[in-house]
Design a protein around this ligand. Structure first.
Ligand code: GUN
Length: 308
């Protein structure tokens, strides 16, 4: 039997989107500014097409102006860079997201660096990385998945994470490193564990909060977890599910859910945990970028510090 509280990311994300939608109604009425999100997709990767479509739908739900630029897989780097320059200069666009991965002939770093940091709603530009790492989150745009993960941990713990030991498993630039920085800002004691960490199960066992972002299906086992810990599972791995029938697959996280749920105090499911929060945080970043670019942050900022 599972004892852990299940952290309902879908529900929390829906509440956050309602909050953003209400804030957008007020922003439009007071300033005539409509937040604008521009999503750029190069090529026809089916998973990317689904993600991009969902981002557009959610932007519509928030009352934003959303547009999608779909470019042929053979688009030149020069043409993509030129589109980004146009979006940087367009005052109706406040958020620019280039869906990754890009085709091999395009230099991802070059593309991400050209995006105006004030419109970089993914939070991948070195300026935003630097602002986050130096604790200036009031000026940064912060990567969506780690930001959503921290909100879920706060919801599970009823607000403050102060003084708790957080272990982040995984050191990627997109999730592990920014998650660790955000946890530091929440006054956690932070450990980053990774594939070379010795006795990783003992390290994880010291954690009050575990953020799992390694990309290895069900790596984190029940006996690694301190009883009562909050476990946030960022992993989304598709694995074979022969029990569902020949050739069938299912999604699992980086956490062995059934056994960890027996020990943890609270846990996010996969799917329905961190995933929906990522897209909600993208909307939050777009709203924030629109406010900042129109000097409306002081009067119209989203409050993400209290309960959602
Ligand atoms: N592809 C998969 N995840 C992401 C993401 O968070 N941002 C972008 N731009 N592309 C992605």
């Amino acid at each position: 039997m599972s004892d852990a509280k299940i952290i309902d990311g879908k529900n929390i994300a829906a509440r956050l989107v309602d909050k953003i939608s209400d804030a957008t109604t007020r922003l439009k009425a007071d300033t005539q500014v409509t937040p604008g999100l521009s999503v750029v997709l190069v090529g026809e990767d089916p998973a990317s097409q689904v993600y991009v479509r969902n981002k557009g739908k959610m932007a519509d739900k928030c009352g934003f102006k959303s547009e999608q630029h779909t470019l042929d897989k053979d688009t030149s780097e020069t043409d993509l860079l030129s589109l980004i320059e146009d979006l940087n200069a367009d005052p109706t666009v406040h958020g620019i997201l280039v869906q990754l991965p890009l085709p091999d002939h395009i230099d991802e770093t070059k593309v991400l660096r050209l995006i105006d940091p004030a419109k970089d709603v993914d939070g991948f530009h070195p300026v935003n990385v630097g602002l986050l790492h130096s604790g200036q989150t009031d000026q940064a745009l912060v990567p969506c998945t780690p930001a959503g993960s921290i909100l879920l941990a706060r919801e599970a713990l009823g607000g403050s994470l102060s003084g708790l030991h957080a272990v982040v498993v995984g050191r990627s630039n997109i999730v592990g490193k920014p998650a660790a920085q955000l946890l530091l800002q929440e006054n956690c004691t932070v450990t980053i564990a990774h594939s070379r960490t010795k006795n990783i199960e003992d390290v994880v066992h010291g954690a009050d909060i575990v953020i799992a972002a390694v990309g290895r299906p069900e790596m984190i086992r029940g006996d690694w977890i301190k009883p009562g810990a909050v476990v946030i599972d960022v992993g989304i791995n598709r694995v074979d599910a022969p029990d569902k029938g020949p050739g069938k697959t299912k999604l699992v996280g980086d956490v062995a859910y059934p056994e960890v749920a027996n020990v943890a105090g609270a846990i996010t499911p996969v799917p329905g945990g961190v995933g929906p929060m990522t897209i909600a945080m993208l909307m939050a970043n777009t709203y924030t970028a629109a406010c900042r670019l129109n000097n409306a942050e002081a009067s119209h900022a989203l409050d993400l510090n209290g309960a959602i």
